[in-house]
Each structure stands twice: as structure tokens, then as C-alpha cells.
Design a protein around this ligand. Structure first.
Ligand code: TNX
Length: 510
């Protein structure tokens, strides 16, 4: 039977018979985990108008949720029956089980408008499930285009529907700074707004002359964080320094290397304007990164570190003096000062630190988790150097690339023939080719990226994200098999996405 489950669970065994539920659905759960049932109740109420009652285990519930410590973190079991039993050791596992039940039920349970439903009939089965990889992330670039709180929360719901567990927010770039920092107010006052953006493709060199801006207050980020906690998704904030810093320098010229005033960048690409390497710039970096980290006390923190041109440092007397002081022979090594400083400060505050793979080219710090984006090879390199790795190679997991080579495809970062179809995503192997089997433990998982230079509306975000994220979710969960099998399930799963109001890219005829 094709239930269209995505991602496919590790094992599912059918049993004879069926189960029927009616409203109010009665669920028993221990106090600590009440919130996941409350979230489920909100979903059922909004989609099919049902009520959920939290009842005692003795009161013959329709579903009982039990905490059983033997399960691995995020694993769960479901046995549907007269009383459907869910067992898990973690809140996440129990929450995934409820999401799975929602997938087994009629599509109406995913509707974003009310669709009355008399009863739910479920087959009897036993599911034993859990992810192969513990990092199953999606990244959203809120810097090139700003996304409001509602859109971010909506994306969190979509990730949770796929049992994905991290949302990485890229909070600053040359083209915009997106978080209010009380001690550096001009970052959001000046740095969050650009005068114009490229019109059409960057290579065409045209401008739209339309201002674009936005930033999150601490309260906005708290709303996002709380929403994510409810859905068992962890927010991973990124402040990208010392490169991609033109918006910072537009706000505070003293942190840059040049004397002429700069504006928040109005082109895409990599700006040559980077932070200088003086004490004030290093203090600044530490202060803002630690402040943003403090808004996400339980999260790992991403310190960026990608694409930092050394052009300005090479002609800077200050940089020359700092190089001499440290005995550096190449300007590239200066980036290590930022990596070291930020890593040290964040680790003192008990945050795990993540950085893009370029930090391996300078002097990185041993504890830093590497996000391998330039190629899978970078993942191998990092693992061989003893680093934990999150695989994010652009060739498979940059969802700002064309969805296909069709001439009708909307504008994207790449030009044909460079495209990433969902089928290609589905064929991605998280363990990078060439990695020694005994280094596999360094591979934490994978992450899909939504860079937003060429994504400016919510519908277009949906179009670039889905169904590639659906395919990715199964790869990250670790149960991917044949494209042809997935396609059959995906066709049904897309009905769920439609019900949720996701403007996904329709499948091409098989
Ligand atoms: C590379 S990945 C970048 C981003 C761009 C992206 C476009 C990385 C760390 N840097 O600045 O938005 O390519 O695909």
C-alpha cells in the first residue's frame, strides 16, 4: 500500500484490521511532553476542526504516548490499535510519531483551511523509525532578501512536516544586516536597508532602484525560536564575518579598511570590503556574535567565514603590522584571528561553533564543526583533519540553483545546463565519496541551502524549496532507495503540500 510517507520510515509492518478515530481524540502523555500534544491539537483544530483531550493513561485513550528510555534519541515506535501506542525516549521522537500519524491519516489533516472530517480510519501497523543522521538542516538566507517572522515560522512548519530538525538563519551579508543589536544601533538603522537590487540576472548589470530592507528585533527572534521549539526544530543563527561585511561597514566605517564611505551593497557576488583586523573590529565581532548567540542559548552558532577576499588586507598598513606581530606570511592567515576569537568566546558561553569550509584554509580552531559547501571533497578533507562535518555541497544542496534545464525555468543563481533537479538531490550520498569508513562518525548529517539573491517572494521560495526539500528529507533521514519508488510516494505527498498551501514546483511528466 502506498501511503505516500515522506520521509519513508525505517520499517513499517502491516497488521490485519483498522482503527477508527472521532473527535474528540483522547491522548495520554506525561506532563513534560504536553506541549507536543498541544501543538498537534492546534494542527487538528485548524485543519479538520477536531478537539484533542489530554487524558489519563487509565482512561482508555485513543493514543498513549510513553517515555521509554531504551530508544535512541529521535527514534520512536508506533503501534496502531484500539489504543495506539507511541514509544520514544525524547520529545522529538514522540513529536515525529504524531507527524507520522498525521501523514497516515487523510490529507485533510494538513489543510490550512478548515475541512470538516467525520472520522479518521487508519490501517493497523507497527512502525519502528529513527533518523540515520542527527543534523538534518535547511538554511535560509534572510540577508539578500528579508523574510518576515510569519514566513520563517511557516518554513519551520514545513521542515517539521518532513522531520527535519535544524533551521540555519543567515542573518547578515554585504546586502543587509538583519538583527537589531542594542549597542550597535546603526547596524539595523543603516545596515538593514539597501537602495537598490540587481534587476534580472547579476550578469546583466541592471538595477531595480527599489529599496529593500528589514530586520528582526530580539522579540521577533524569540517568537521564531519558540515556534521552532514547539516543532522540535532548532534555530542555528549565523553572523558571517569578517567577509560579507559591506553592510556592517556602511553602518560603521571605522570597522572597514577604506576611507571613502560605503553603502549597503546593491550588487550580488562577493564584496571586497571586509572588516579590518584591528582591535575594535575584533571586539565588535565578538560582541555581536555573542549577543546573537545569547538569543539562542541552546543552539550551535555559525560564524560564517566564507569567501573573505584578502585584497584590502594586502594593501593595508594595519593588516601588515598585525601579520608581523603574529608572524604570518600570508594575508589569508589573518582570517584565523576572527575564527579563533569567535570560537573561543562562543565556546566559553557553551555554544558549539560551526563555520563554512574556508576556515580550514586559515588557522581554524579544533572544535569547529565544518559546513562543507564548495564540494563533497571539502567534507573528506575536514573529516581527515578530525573535524565533525555537515555536508552542504552546492552541487547537490544549493536550492537557489535552477530546478531544471527547461527554458521556461524562472531566473536562478545558475544558468543552464547547471541545474539541480529533485532527482539529483534524491541521489545525493551524504557520506562523501572517498571517505574512509572509519571516519564516517565525523559526518553529522547534511543541510540544504536557500540563498535568496534570486528568491524574493514567498511563492518563489516554495518553488525553489519543494519538492527538493522533500527529496532531501529522505536522504537525510537515511531511508532513500530508488527514485521511481520515491516518485510514487512524492506524488501523494505533494497533495499534503498543496493542502498546506505550498506553491511547490510541479513534477515533470515521468
Ligand atoms: C556562495 S556558500 C555563498 C553565498 C551565495 C551562494 C549562492 C557560501 C558560504 N557563500 O554567499 O549566496 O554561494 O549560491
Amino acid at each position: 500500500m502506498n501511503l505516500g510517507l515522506v520521509p519513508q520510515p525505517r520499517s513499517i509492518a502491516a497488521r490485519p484490521g483498522g482503527v477508527v478515530w472521532e473527535s474528540p481524540l483522547r491522548i495520554s502523555v506525561e506532563d513534560d511532553w504536553r506541549e507536543i500534544v498541544e501543538t498537534f491539537a492546534v494542527d487538528l483544530s485548524a485543519s479538520i476542526g477536531w478537539r484533542v483531550e489530554i487524558v489519563d493513561e487509565q482512561a482508555k485513550p485513543d493514543i498513549q504516548i510513553l517515555r521509554v528510555l531504551e530508544y535512541r534519541d529521535e527514534d520512536y515506535q508506533i503501534r496502531t490499535g484500539e489504543c495506539t501506542t507511541i514509544e520514544a525516549s525524547s520529545r522529538a521522537g514522540a513529536s515525529y510519531a504524531l507527524t507520522m500519524l498525521r501523514q497516515m491519516a487523510p490529507v485533510a489533516l494538513w489543510s490550512n483551511t478548515l475541512r470538516e472530517l467525520e472520522k479518521i480510519e487508519l490501517p493497523r501497523f507497527v512502525i519502528n523509525d529513527g533518523p540515520k543522521f542527527r543534523w538534518r538542516g535547511v538554511h535560509l538566507d534572510v540577508a539578500r532578501h528579508f523574510w518576515d517572522v510569519a514566513t520563517v515560522c511557516r518554513l519551520i512548519d514545513q521542515l517539521a512536516a518532513h522531520r527535519l530538525n535544524k533551521l540555519h538563519l543567515h542573518l547578515n551579508d554585504d546586502q543587509g544586516w538583519r538583527v537589531e543589536i542594542p549597542t550597535w544601533p546603526r547596524l539595523s538603522e543603516v545596515g538593514s536597508r539597501r537602495r537598490s537590487s540587481p534587476l534580472g540576472h547579476e550578469v546583466d548589470g541592471r538595477d531595480d532602484n527599489i529599496a529593500h530592507g528589514g530586520s528582526y528585533s530580539a522579540n521577533d527572534l524569540a517568537i521564531i525560536r519558540e515556534h521552532a521549539v514547539k516543532r522540535c526544530v532548532q534555530i542555528v543563527p549565523e553572523i558571517d564575518l569578517p567577509g560579507h561585511a559591506q553592510a556592517v561597514i556602511a553602518a560603521y566605517a571605522q570597522l572597514g579598511n577604506v576611507s571613502e564611505p560605503l553603502e549597503v551593497w546593491t550588487r550580488w557576488g562577493i564584496s571586497d570590503h571586509v572588516l579590518n583586523v584591528g582591535p575594535e573590529a575584533l571586539d565588535f565581532a565578538e560582541e555581536v556574535v555573542c549577543y546573537v548567540a545569547s538569543l539562542f542559548p541552546d543552539s550551535p552558532v555559525h560564524i560564517g567565514g566564507d569567501e573573505c577576499p584578502t585584497t584590502e588586507w594586502e594593501s593595508s598598513a594595519l593588516a601588515r603590522a598585525v601579520m608581523d606581530e603574529h608572524g604570518f606570511t600570508e594575508a589569508r592567515q589573518l582570517q584565523g584571528l576572527f575564527t579563533k576569537r569567535l570560537t573561543g568566546a562562543l565556546q566559553r558561553d557553551h555554544h558549539e561553533v560551526i563555520a563554512w569550509d574556508e576556515v580550514l584554509d586559515a588557522d581554524d580552531s579544533p572544535g569547529t564543526v565544518i559546513m562543507a559547501w564548495r564540494s563533497s571533497r571539502k567534507g573528506v578533507e575536514a573529516a581527515r583533519r578530525g573535524r565533525d562535518v555537515i555536508m552542504a555541497p552546492m552541487q547537490f544542496l544549493y536550492f537557489d540553483w535552477l530546478n531544471s534545464v527547461d527554458a521556461g525555468e524562472p531566473i536562478a543563481l545558475t544558468l543552464a545546463p547547471q541545474a539541480t533537479t529533485w532527482e539529483k538531490v534524491y541521489g545525493f550520498s551524504i557520506f562523501p565519496p572517498g571517505l574512509e569508513p572509519d571516519l564516517r562518525h565525523h559526518i553529522r548529517g547534511a543541510q540544504a541551502q536557500l540563498w535568496s539573491e534570486y528568491i524574493a517572494t514567498r511563492d518563489h521560495l516554495d518553488y525553489m524549496a519543494f519538492p527538493r526539500i522533500s527529496a532531501f528529507s529522505e536522504v537525510a533521514w537515511g531511508t532513500s532507495t530508488m527514485v521511481s519508488d520515491f516518485r510514487k510516494r512524492l506524488a501523494l505527498h505533494l497533495e499534503r503540500l498543496s493542502a498546506m498551501g505550498v506553491a511547490y514546483r510541479p513534477l515533470d511528466p515521468a
